[in-house]
Design a protein. Sequence first.
Length: 92
Amino acid sequence: MSDLALRRSSSLPNVALALGIAAFVIYWGLGLATDSWGWLVGAGLGVIAVIVGVAARKDADASDRRRATIGLVIGAIPVVWFLGYLLVDWLA
């Protein structure tokens, strides 16, 4: 058997990456362009991407761990920006 057949594959790193990209695009694309629900949906998807990314990193090999980390970071960006926006709005 080849190494490919023996390698255990998980779809969680790919899901984390896809959710992170979707969160980023929705937050910046729809949130800033339309100034409406895109900010909230993007931040919500970002939270889900962070949770899935952390779960995917636990038992993944190097390439899957890299994809999970990228998804985690890209998903965290809209969350941090949204929380920063709420903090600035609360302080003002």
